[in-house]
Design a binder for this molecule. Sequence first.
Ligand code: COA
Length: 151
Amino acid sequence: MMIREFRRQDINRVLEIEEESFKDPYPVNILIDIYNLGAGFLVAEYDNIIVGYIIFWIRYEDEGHIISIAVDEEHRRKEVGSKLVEAALKIFKRYNIAHIKLEVRKSNRGAIDFYKDNGFVERKVLKEYYEDYEDAVLMDIDLSDKSEITR
Ligand SMILES: CC(C)(COP(=O)(O)OP(=O)(O)OC[C@H]1O[C@@H](n2cnc3c(N)ncnc32)[C@H](O)[C@@H]1OP(=O)(O)O)[C@@H](O)C(=O)NCCC(=O)NCCS
């Protein structure tokens, strides 16, 4: 499996994974806009097929944000997601961004456990954060005291 930069021609496959993974998927134009605005966008490729992706953002000079991550259902629990997070964290480190945040639906226990497994910590609940009023859990990781990203 290899992790590489997203290319424009990957968009349909990314959209497929996005749509199978979220009940409120980002529409294609938003994904393209985010990309054009300079977001980090990596894909995981296995046997020439995209099986996952991660989108992230440098929000402020010293703060990063994971916007979205998803892995094709068939390829979950095989470390694809962890490898995508690891690759994104390496890029943040390269830019000296030590503090990375993300929001995840409170009901998405699997993803919360996944992020914890990758070193993120649950910080607080953001009440009615989503359009359907579900709460989000704000999680973060501080890379400043980690010389190497380990799982
Ligand atoms: C969350 C997601 C990206 C994880 O990707 P993945 O490739 O399956 O994750 P990994 O195989 O790297 O998992 C690493 C560890 O995280 C934890 N984990 C991952 N998925 C989990 C789940 N559904 N339930 C509990 N723990 C989970 C486990 O500790 C796992 O290690 P293990 O398999 O040895 O037990 C994937 O499940 C997904 O695409 N979900 C739908 C989209 C989503 O919810 N995205 C995040 C919302 S912001």
